[in-house]
Design a protein around this ligand. Structure first.
Ligand code: MG
Ligand code: ZN
Length: 204
């Protein structure tokens, strides 16, 4: 009765969907409109692999764009619907999506808040764990941000870092005593790694 589920807690931008280049500042950033939003093809493949392995797929994401005045709630919801429809078209189902819309220096007063949900705050993670009865010991948190790694450390969940380990990342990981379970270039590589270790550790 009440069997716990294992889950993959996914950061969104840069893991599930592409980041965009802000040409004005030359920076890589989160999409600010549904037109800029696109799920990464190989991430769909990855999510299928992870679903097949029995993981619930749950997004936990900081989205301070509304707070910063970059877009409004209706655009946020458009992006969310685009994510859902692109996944639906590929037969991938998300068990849940958890977003923090706050920012400590928000332009929009309603969202100006030092909240518990903005990662590395733990609220979104624990909300998801509670609502989906998640077995955190057998789950993974996957993200491309330092905050994702910090969150995983706080909640004692295995974590996979998506990205390249350059000298800056190495230094920050060292300073913050972050030690990811695995580092992958993209979600598909992460999914294949999880698949591999499930095979080798499963008792036959
Ligand atoms: Mg990210
Ligand atoms: Zn928040």
């Amino acid at each position: 009765m009440n069997k716990k589920s294992k889950a993959i807690l996914l950061d969104r931008d840069g893991v599930v969907n592409d980041l965009v280049i802000n040409s004005e500042e030359g920076l890589v950033d989160s999409p600010n409109s549904s037109g800029q939003f696109n799920v990464i093809k190989s991430s769909i493949k990855a999510m299928k692999i992870l679903s097949k392995l029995g993981y619930k797929l749950i997004i936990i994401s900081n989205q301070p764009g509304i707070a910063k005045g970059q877009y409004d709630m209706s655009e946020f919801l458009k992006i969310k619907r685009k994510l859902e429809s692109q996944l639906h078209d590929s037969n991938v189902t998300l068990a849940g999506q958890y977003y923090c819309l706050h920012h400590p220096n928000a332009k929009i007063p309603k969202y100006k808040k030092k909240c518990q949900c903005r990662k590395p705050g733990t609220k979104l993670f624990f909300d998801a764990v509670k609502e989906h009865n998640i077995d955190t010991k057998n789950s993974f948190l996957i993200g491309d941000g330092i905050t994702d790694m910090q969150l995983a450390k706080r909640v004692k969940c295995r974590t996979i870092f998506i990205g390249n380990i350059n000298s800056t990342v190495t230094r920050v990981f060292h300073e913050k005593k972050i030690n990811p379970f695995y580092v992958a270039h993209d979600l598909l590589e992460a999914a294949n790694y999880i698949k591999k270790i499930e095979k080798t550790t499963s008792v036959s």
